[in-house]
Design a protein around this ligand. Structure first.
Ligand SMILES: Cc1ncc(COP(=O)(O)O)c(C=O)c1O
Length: 438
């Protein structure tokens, strides 16, 4: 049995040793601000030094409970010893050789493992999926867009309002989240239409208004959809939403592309979030949690779809051996219990947040699956309150709890999947204190 926990030299409760940010943090922030891009969206002044499991220590010795996992990335916890060992061993053996032009085992092993688990139909012979490795979520979506166009010989794409798929041109053009992410960067990739996310009304609009008037289905290459909308607010779609997209795609020869970048790799209590709905897509994109923190992305496609010829798509670094070794270790830890832990801890977290929602009128009922959970913050009239959300995320930092916002006024909880019930208790107590003080 692989140990799911990490060594514990950091305390398992927040420990604040001085006022925040401390002197070392202040000095580093000043240096950073002088030389890094102003497009970064830093909120509270966290300057991290090291991490273990769900705990992070800053440069001044303050210890925080991390409910962000570095934006839903460190699936196995910060610096899980099994992942670290796999990285160290692989780094000592081979750092890079480019899987685009040569072969090495960690990449083959990871592709086999992803292909075995892919929620695609099992063909009469051969694997369930073919895999292309990239370096990020955006690059995975960029590649999926190319593959969908290449395979269907069609140009148009349906995406969703509130969706986030990344920052490169194709991925940005699919993104429908915030104007600032697109403004000033046009012209974007043409042929992409956005419709509201998650409702049957929206799919009615697609079928009854767009298809006959402006967007004929025979010209659509793909519908690109997040299983649970991430940056858009951790929105769980209505029952039957994904099944209906599948059915529309089947009817018109459109590819269903599911972006599992944030929801995937066990976070929702299943390896792939789309498995919650029993729907089999044509293409899946992945990144974030796949390698517990090393940069890696993947495109999985049904074998009959990934038929692009040599040279049509490639990348120097994608499928780097060290990143693949980290991902192979991550897969083993997920299967050894972390996916199950995400499901169980997610239930406890939602139950505790639900209690907070009963106690405080500014808190909505929680939503989500597994450890992909959010609450909205509400004003006195019960409306979404972005300022309050920002204030609570900020104040939580000063109590030693790391949170992230998403959507209009949501706080998201996307901790490492090693989270335990005691840590949930700590987070809930801190939030209760903050809401009580309003
Ligand atoms: C669903 C989804 N897709 C794609 C991306 C982009 O990933 P990356 O930042 O690795 O390019 C993100 C990032 O937040 C995401 O949440």
């Amino acid at each position: 049995m692989i140990s799911l926990a990490t060594d514990r030299s950091l305390p398992r409760v927040p420990r604040l040793v001085g006022s925040l940010p401390g002197p070392r943090a202040q000095a580093l922030i000043a240096r950073d601000q002088a030389v890094t891009s102003p497009s970064y969206t830093r909120g509270y002044p966290l300057v991290v030094k090291r991490g273990e499991g769900c705990m992070l220590e800053d440069v001044d010795g303050n210890v925080f409970l991390d409910m962000t996992a570095g934006i839903a990335v460190t699936a196995t916890g910060h610096a899980h010893p099994v992942v670290v060992k796999a990285i160290q061993d692989q780094a000592a053996a081979l750092l890079h050789m480019s899987g685009t032009d040569f072969y090495y085992e960690p990449m083959v092993e990871l592709a086999e493992s992803l292909a075995t688990h892919a929620p695609f139909p099992l063909p009469a012979s051969g694997p369930r999926a073919k895999v292309f490795f990239s370096n990020s979520g955006a690059e995975s979506n960029e590649g999926a867009l190319k593959l969908a166009r290449y395979y269907t010989k069609r140009q148009n794409i349906v995406a969703f309002l509130g969706a986030f798929h990344g920052r490169t041109f194709g991925a940005m053009s699919l993104t429908g989240s915030k104007a600032v992410q697109r403004q000033g960067f046009g012209p974007l990739v043409p042929g992409i239409t956005h419709i509201p996310y998650g409702t049957h009304d929206s799919l009615d609009y697609l079928e009854q208004s767009l298809f006959p008037a402006t967007f004929p289905p025979e010209e659509i290459a793909a519908i690109v959809v997040e299983p649970i909308q991430g940056e858009g607010g951790y929105i769980v779609p209505e029952d039957g939403f994904h099944a209906r997209i599948r059915e529309i795609c089947d009817r018109y020869g459109i590819l269903m592309v599911v972006d599992e970048v944030q929801a995937g790799m066990g976070r929702t209590g299943k390896l792939f979030a789309i498995e919650h709905w029993g729907v089999q897509p044509d293409i899946i994109t992945m990144a974030k949690g796949i390698a517990s923190g090393l940069p890696l992305g993947a495109i999985l496609a049904r074998p009959e779809i990934m038929t692009w010829p040599p040279g049509s798509h490639a990348t120097t670094f994608g499928g780097n051996p060290v990143a693949c070794a980290a991902a192979n270790a991550t897969m083993k830890l997920l299967e050894a219990g972390l996916i199950e832990n995400a499901a169980q801890m997610g239930e406890i977290l939602q139950a505790e947040l639900s209690t907070l929602a009963h106690r405080f009128s500014c808190v909505s009922q929680p939503r989500g699956k597994g450890l992909m959970v959010a609450i909205d913050l509400l004003n006195g009239e019960g409306q979404l309150d972005r300022d309050l959300r920002d204030a609570i995320v900020d104040r939580a930092f000063y109590k030693g709890l790391l949170l992230l916002g998403c959507g209009k006024a949501a706080i998201r909880f996307c901790p490492p999947l090693v989270l335990d019930a005691a840590q949930i208790r700590i987070a809930i107590d801190i939030l209760g204190e903050l809401f009580g003080a309003l």
